[in-house]
Write a protein that binds this ligand. Structure first.
Ligand code: NAD
Ligand code: TYD
Length: 353
């Protein structure tokens, strides 16, 4: 029987992974360790919280004693590690928070795995979830491959790159059985509205300006979050130990184009005049050190493991907008706390409008 510790399971991607595993693998026990930062929300998991094969533990991955105790008491066989500080803009304002959670927290988990499993590493996996941002920034051409050298350019991506290096170093030094995957930008239900797409959806709904950094020409490669969760299932079950898999949707969009697409979708759903929402688009000061383009080549996971994305952006975005329009209570709750003060500091120029 597998007893999987999923970290960060109350967050955006983590909650989709927890749901998938709890519902699909009734003979597994899923232990969700999450400290519930502003980005963690147990409402994301209401539908499965009563299931017998699921347990939630509120706690910090940086708390070494707690992490060691959980490994022993819960007899953890595997880890899927998602807990992280995940927003680039916050990492520019407070890099140390990212060093603590993303690097120190990962090492605390690695140490617990090594000390608990060291007598017999067989039948264990430490699976680390990472981002394509560790590869840096592309120009108009080319794709990130699993072999692309690391070149992180923001405090967020530098902290994730560091954690990836630690995971590989533990495989080399202590023979810890590991897997990694590096994914492109996710979107979908339950994403905290500080990230581009849910922020746009929330602001369009409330007739507020849509802040676009710089000229909106930066490019991101978008993947529906449920497809990422499925890819994690593929890598966990079929991936080869020691290997890395890049995950992406071959779905590149310029920020300004995706903003227009959300506006078009929402004009229809809100019964607004064509072009009504696009009037809210407002160009604001660019992000410091803004990576120009991310684009993932996911041929390896597609060819070797048989995974493929199920949705293209238009369909996925339409479903995502429906979810946000239907779940107004969720949205109101998550933006009631720290969000207002974060928003007013991050978008100073818009406050003056
Ligand atoms: P998120 O910010 O929505 O959620 C992070 C979760 O981790 C939250 O529930 C939070 O409470 C928890 N957490 C934070 N610090 C913790 C700590 N010290 N101890 C325990 N729990 C803690 O993030 P997300 O977008 O769901 O990303 C999840 C993972 O996937 C991250 O590792 C991120 O780097 C990676 N990733 C994200 C994307 C994306 O587009 N969002 C893309 C590729 C990879
Ligand atoms: P984001 O969702 O923060 O993800 P990441 O920076 O990790 O790719 O941003 C996606 C893109 O959208 C990125 O190029 C920055 C841009 N962006 C804006 O133009 N305006 C905004 O208000 C935000 C949050 C992001």
């Amino acid at each position: 029987m597998r007893r999987i510790l999923i970290t960060g399971g109350a967050g955006f991607i983590g909650s989709h992974v927890v749901r998938l595993f709890v519902k699909k693998y009734l003979d597994f026990k899923i232990i969700n360790l999450d400290v519930l930062t502003y980005a963690g929300n147990l409402e994301n998991l209401q539908d499965i919280e009563g299931m017998d094969n699921y347990k939630f533990i509120k706690g910090d991955i940086c708390d070494e004693q707690l992490v060691n105790r959980i490994f022993k008491e819960e007899e953890i066989t595997d880890v899927i590690h998602l807990a992280a500080e995940s927003h680039v803009d916050r990492s520019i304002k407070n890099p140390m928070r990212f060093v603590k959670t993303n690097i120190f927290g990962t090492v605390a988990l690695l140490n617990a795995a090594v000390s608990t499993w060291k007598d017999n590493f067989e039948n264990h996996t430490f699976y680390h979830i990472s981002t394509d941002e560790v590869y840096g920034s592309l120009t108009d051409e080319g794709y990130f491959l699993e072999t692309t050298p690391y070149d992180p350019k923001s405090p967020y991506s530098a902290s994730k790159a560091s954690s990836d290096h630690f995971v590989r170093a533990y495989a080399n030094t202590y023979k810890l059985p590991i897997k990694l995957s590096n994914c492109s930008n996710n979107y979908g239900p339950n994403q905290f509205p500080e990230k581009l797409l849910p922020l746009m959806i929330n602001n369009i709904k409330n007739n507020k300006p849509l802040p676009i950094y710089g000229k909106g020409e930066n490019i991101r490669d978008w993947l529906y979050v449920v497809d990422h969760a499925k890819a994690i299932d593929y890598v966990f079950h079929k991936g080869i130990l020691g290997e890395t898999y890049n995950i992406g949707g071959f779905n590149e969009w310029r920020n300004i184009d995706i903003a227009h697409l959300v506006c078009k979708i929402m004009d229809k759903k809100l019964d607004r005049k064509k072009g009504g929402s696009a009037k809210l688009i407002t160009f604001v000061e660019d992000r410091a050190g803004h990576d120009f383009r991310y684009a993932i080549d996911s041929s390896k996971i597609m060819n070797k493991l048989g995974w493929k994305p199920s949705l293209q952006l238009e369909e996925g975005l339409s479903r995502t907008v429906d979810w946000y329009l239907e779940n107004t209570g969720w949205l109101t709750n998550v933006i009631s706390g720290d969000y207002k003060s974060y928003y007013s500091k991050q978008y100073i120029s818009l406050q003056r409008n």
